[in-house]
Ligand binder design. Sequence first.
Ligand code: FE2
Length: 229
Amino acid sequence: MKRSEVNEIIAESDAFIRSHGYILPPFAYWSPDTMKARVAGDSAMIRDHMLGWDITDYGQGKFRDLGLFLFTVRNGSDTNVRRGMGMLYAEKIMISGENQISPMHRHDFKTEDIINKGGGVLVLELFKADSKGEIDETAAVRVRTDGTWRDLPAGGLLRLAPGESVTLEPDTWHAFWGEGGRVLIGEVSNVNDDRTDNIFQDQIGRFSSITEDQPPRHLLVSDYDSWLG
Ligand SMILES: [Fe+2]
């Protein structure tokens, strides 16, 4: 993706999020220089726990068809997980555009609640994993939606209206997109490492590669290694 496109998506996404009454934390608005200074001082956690802007086209170069806007608001660490205490949770705010697909994937460790916070309908296509972790094309799918079991056929579509959510365990393959408009999506999960815990059906990447055609408005989490060291 071009940096100019990323900058534009940041601006329009921030406006959409605010229009639903959700305000991002202060570090969302730090310039790259401020981010650099602060992570070298009192705010190393933002870099180390990969908090912040995360805009991905999964490396395929067609963001409006295949892509996702995310902002990681909070996330614990492996140290927390090993100790079994401290910040054992993560929160993200995301946006799926109408018919903008987040491709079929599952996680080895992450259990996530995916919450429709407003806008259109969120559609999820769901499969169970077989004993090898592959997509089971025939097994029925059973998931909890706001504490209530829902049964679907393999590949069934679960539609979540604003206010509804689903709990996805690691054995559930999922793809999702907006229907009838953009959807503001919340995600509440256990500690999450997006560098290692996304298994995609197709051979695609989790992060975009960026072409620098203008300066970044804000850094993406995928910029931290190269920009912040
Ligand atoms: Fe997921």
